[in-house]
Design a protein around this ligand. Structure first.
Ligand code: QAP
Ligand code: CO
Length: 174
C-alpha cells in the first residue's frame, strides 16, 4: 500500500474525517501501512487524513528518553473523544503536512480520552506531557484543523509568507 503525504495548503486537509464503523481488514491494512510510513518520514504522529483517508483514525509513536520509537509503544486511536481536559502547556509543534515549520502552540496539559482500538474495543486513556499534546494535535486533524490554525494573526501571516517562499524555491529546484 503506497501512501503519500497531503501537504498544506492542500484543501483536503480541511475536511472533517468520518467516523469508523467497520473494524475490518481494510482498516488494518491502512494502519499497518501508516506506521512504517510515519517512521520513514520521521514522524511521531499521523492522522489518516494526512495520507488522504478522511476517516477518524490516527497513530502515535512518542519517542522514549533515548529518542527511540519502539514499535510496542505504537498507539492506534480510532474515533477519539476527549472527555476531560485541564491545565495549559505550550510546545513547539511541527506537522508532516506542514514540512520544516515549527511554532509554539498552547494546549491542555492533561486530557482523558475515550476511543476504540483497531478491533472496535472501547478504551479510556489518561494522557499528559507530549502524549496529551500529540493527541490534541492529531484529533485536530480529524476536524480539519492544523497547528498553524492556532497561531496568532501576526505569527500566521509570517508563516504564510515564509511557507510560500519555501514552496516557490522547491518548485524551482524541480
Ligand atoms: C504532531 O508531528 C506533533 O516539519 C506530529 O520536516 C507535533 O510527527 C505532536 C515532521 C509536535 C506533538 C508535538 C515535521 C517531520 C514530523 C517536519 C510530526 C518535518 C519532518 C512531525
Ligand atoms: Co499534524
Amino acid at each position: 500500500m503506497q501512501l503519500t503525504i497531503v501537504e498544506y495548503p492542500d484543501k483536503r486537509l480541511k475536511n472533517k474525517s468520518k467516523e469508523i464503523k467497520n473494524f475490518d481488514a481494510e482498516l488494518h491494512k491502512l494502519l499497518d501501512a501508516m506506521h512504517p510510513f510515519m517512521i520513514e518520514t520521521n514522524g511521531i504522529g499521523l492522522a489518516a487524513i494526512q495520507v488522504n483517508y478522511p476517516i477518524r483514525a490516527l497513530i502515535l509513536n512518542i519517542p522514549n528518553e533515548d529518542g527511540e520509537q519502539p514499535p510496542e509503544n505504537l498507539l492506534e486511536v480510532i474515533n477519539p473523544v476527549i472527555t476531560a481536559k485541564s491545565g495549559e502547556t505550550s510546545y513547539q509543534e511541527g506537522c508532516l503536512s506542514v514540512p520544516k515549520f515549527y511554532e509554539d502552540v498552547t494546549r491542555y496539559e492533561k486530557i482523558t480520552l475515550h476511543y476504540q482500538d483497531r478491533y472496535g474495543n472501547t478504551k479510556t486513556l489518561e494522557a499528559d506531557d507530549l502524549l496529551a499534546i500529540a493527541l490534541q494535535h492529531e484529533i485536530d486533524h480529524l476536524e480539519g484543523i492544523l497547528f498553524i490554525d492556532h497561531l496568532s494573526y501576526s505569527r500566521r501571516k509570517k508563516f504564510e509568507k515564509e511557507y510560500k517562499r519555501m514552496l516557490k524555491e522547491r518548485k524551482q529546484k524541480k
